[in-house]
Structures are given as structure tokens and as C-alpha cells.
Design a protein around this ligand. Sequence first.
Ligand code: AMP
Length: 430
Amino acid sequence: MFKTVRGMRDLLPKSAQKMRHIERVARDVSKLYGYEEIITPVLESYELLAAKTSEEIRDRMYKFEDLGGRKVAMRPEFTASVARLVVNKLKNEPKPMRLFSTGSLYRYDEPQYGRFREFWQANYELFGSTRPEADAEILMLTNNVLKNLGLKNYRFKVGHSGILLGILTQEGLDDQQQNSVRQLLDKKEWNEALTVAKKVGVSKNGLEVLTSILEMMGEDPWEDLVQIKKRVQDYSTAVEAVNNLQKIVKLVQDSGEQLELQVEAGFARGLEYYTGMIFETYVPGLDIAIGGGGRYDKLIELFGGEPIPAVGVAQGIDRIVLALTKQKAAPKTPKQKTAAVIAIKPICMGKALEISAMLRKKGVFVELAVMGRSIRSALSDANRREVDYAVILGPKELKENMVVLKNMKKEEQRTVSIDSLVQEILAASS
Ligand code: AMP
């Protein structure tokens, strides 16, 4: 028997429904904020995908040579594909440009709870603005998605890549040295990060400042930012970064929306291309991020385009499913009426198809009995499938333009005219 490849999953109806629901809500929110959907290929050139991602992701790409000898890979994130479009086909689009994409991504991670080799994201990117309101919009939009899905008690871990960058650059570290420190910080291996920082030449003062801001984890984001600014005062770029984060936090707070923000100065998201605000979202009881994003103002020019600032977020659809399941939050979808249409005799089948089409046209979800079963077993199947109604067609009733309508939950049935069938089904409370 064939099995799925390790790390790959089949999404059976209930799971697929949850995933698609989240995708739908994410798409609705993209429209509410003016993000236009684009669809890019799963397969891209390896060069493109490897160009500007983190070493960690680069090493875990599914890459191979296609039959034409091209070196290709399955996308591990959306940003490279979107950047390719922005420097190319979308080059002359007026700014701001807001783009939404959703689909599957591939990383050869070690499979574990909440970590899959094929996973899904809803991705939003805003191009053209360096202003804090653009960053605030990405935070608010993320809040909107999670709130509309019915998630509760989620929080935003917020930082700014300029804080560490400012300190480490002024301390004379090159990009590679900075990345090695940032990667350890990202894994919360703070002692190791400080040891490496010391080894590559960070001064005593630098180490003290780093230690003092890593330890901070207050309740009030505003107060935390004031404190962090004091502690990094010797590093002018880091101070600028805190100023920028203060503006963003203030805008979010002024909006009146209640976002639970937690500032972490030592926060260094895995992807190396971030240049400004960075954040991740979490729910209680799940210690992996359900989404993350930030500002990346230099990425587009690194892909060969004009410099275009950008800020974006990726919502992790699979992990949001886990979070919703944990919180027992049911999707808030309007209940659709469902019916099974059963022809008692083959001679009634043409009419059964016609009635099914008529009901579907009015928005009733119809399952036609296609197994040629006896009426009894067709009804028991309809029951198992939890449909609201069975519409039973027999030759005798059909002669009078009637059918039998059975309310499955109430176990009541009566004969109704075909003309009033739609009305009967839609009007009744099932
Ligand atoms: P990243 O692109 O790494 O910033 O990830 C953004 C979001 O995608 C994360 O916060 C997760 O919710 C989700 N994600 C990333 N990697 C995986 C994975 N291997 N399996 C499931 N979800 C993932």
C-alpha cells in the first residue's frame, strides 16, 4: 500500500474544511484592506528562492533539476516570488501596492507538532511606504484575521531588527558575525549568543547592554520601549529603531483596537531580510508562532529592482487550525440547508436530477442518491450524512406533481407539491 511521503499530509474533509475556512476569512480580510490577490507558481528557480532567504531555510529547500536541466525548488516562502513580480511585471504599478497570496509552502523541517514539510500560509505584503502607519496596518490586519476567526487571548510579540543591528554594527561586527548572533538569539539561546558576541569582539559595554535588554519582558509595551531606549542610548541606530517602534505602537494604541502587544528587544526573527519592525503572534498553550512578519525595506533592490520599502505578514494556516482546535472555536459560517434526493424507481431518476438542479439553483446543498439502494438504506445513509431533508420521489406522487419531504431531525414526513418544495425547505427551521 502506498503511503504519503514523510512530512506530507492528506487533509481529509473535516481538516480541509477548516483550512479552507481560514483561507476564506484571510481572503475576506485582504479585500477589506485593499490587498489584491496574486497566484504565483509553487516551483521557482532555485537561484531566486535561495537568493535572499535565511541559511536555515535555504538548506531545507526541496530542490532538484527538472528534465530541462534547470535547477528548481519548491517555494519555502512567498516573499521571493512576490519580490520577483515587484521588480518585473509589477514594476510600474502605482504605490502603495498591496498584494495577497495564499497557498502551500515546502520546507524540509523535522516533522513535529505544528511543523510540517508542506504547510499553508496567507500572506500580505504592502509595498511603497516606509511610514509607521504601514507597519501598524499589518498588525491591525493580522488582528482582524485572528479576531474574525474567533481566536481569543492571542498576543503579538513585537521587536525591531534595528535594535540588534544598531548595537552589533556599531560594535564592528560584519553581516556574517551578526547573523550568527541573531540566529542564536532567535532560538532564545541567549548565553550562547552572548558568548559568540564576546568572541567576535563585542565590547564589555555592548555585552552589558545586550544582557540588560534581553532580560526585559514587561507588561506595558510603552513602558518597555522607554526602558529599552534608555539602555541602548549609546547606540544611535538602535535608538532610532526604538523611536520607530514607539510610533507604530502608539498608532495601534490610538486606533482603539485592543491588541495585546509584548515588546521583546532581543527578538530576531529567523529571516535575515528584515530591516524594521518584526513580530510574531501566539496563543496560550501553543509555544510556536501562528504567524509572523515585519518590514524589509532592502529586499526589492537586492532582487535587482528600484529600492521599494515593504512590510508584510504570513499567517500560518495550519497552526491557526491547531489554535482554533485548542480553543474549541467553531467556524462562524451560516448554516446551509442540505438535502438528499432519492428516487424510489429508476423511472423517477430524470425528475430527481431536475429537482436536484432546481434546489441547487436556490442554494440548497443536494446529495443525489446514486447507489441504487432501497429507500430504507438510502434514508439511513442520508441520516448518517446528517442532511436536513430527504426528498423522496415515487411514481405515484410524481404523477400528481408531488414528492415526499422528510425532515430528518424531526423524523416527520409529508407530501408537498414540487412547486412549493424550495419554499418548504428554505422556510422551515431544520
Ligand atoms: P516564516 O515564513 O518562517 O516567518 O513563518 C510564518 C508562519 O508560517 C509561522 O509563524 C508559522 O505559523 C508558519 N510556518 C512556518 N513554518 C512552518 C512549518 N514547517 N509548518 C507549519 N507552519 C509553518
